[in-house]
Design a protein around this ligand. Sequence first.
Ligand SMILES: [Zn+2]
Ligand SMILES: [Zn+2]
Length: 301
Amino acid sequence: MGKNIPGDWVNELKKCERLYPGFSDAVPFIKGVYDAADKYLKANPVKPVAVFDVEEAEEKARSGETINLNPNIDTGEAVGLLKALSGAIVKANPGLKETAKELNRKSEHFLENSPPEIGKADLIEFRDSLIKEAVLEKDLATFLFSFLLSSFYRQQLNSISEVLRTDLWEGGNCPLCGEEPHYGMLTPEDGAKQLECWLCGTEWLHTRIKCPFCDNEDHEKLGYFTADDSEICRVNYCQSCCQYYKVFDARKFHADGKIVLAIHNLATLAYDLLARKEGFTPGSRLEWVNDNELEKSDRQN
Ligand SMILES: [Zn+2]
Ligand SMILES: [Zn+2]
């Protein structure tokens, strides 16, 4: 098994239902989306990126430079998958019927007005326009588009990520695609901090007392908090750049084989809200919290 194969998400969902109280309600929704993507990608396989210079990659890692590999995505396939996901969210939540209809309409429009291949930035721009036009709420937009992008990236880059010398990398961002992380874990073996790229799935070890976003190593400005008497999910924050990311302590739960951290992330979005309430923003720039949730909690305080 490769280290970046999405893994056994069905079992991870079950595990996370046990680990994180309150997550069960969201499970059918997430399961529907994962199922739809599996089906779509099986019918429309994405070609892996073929050309890759291993020596050049090692050279770059040694000099602290990310490879910045950001492959183009077929626009028709991206919109096809988006529509499949949109179908899945209505099935799981019929209340989203109008949302899905409007999303499909905008997606068709996007397809008609885009070149045959697009990059990550184009899809992020499309996502932001959907938020701005109130087609999607921030959290749903983040979920759908991070899932969409990572589905393509993982298929395209998995074979490279597997042979990448991540041990040469000391940076805080992804050595392969350059993206900033949103989560990582303390490994079950020895509690080392291992970050994972939410986009391409590459994993790399990172100095435990160091901010991945601004490289701050002043332990007085770095910290973490937990919540609900659970020590599994930590919100690591940096008071220097005021950003956060989440770290899951895999020593605290039984883990065998590949841990699907993307699901642990979805199971702990309440922690993102807590981090925002403390004044920290996500270093990944993935917004999992809606503005009205922040306002609501302001009023309650
Ligand atoms: Zn990456
Ligand atoms: Zn920082």
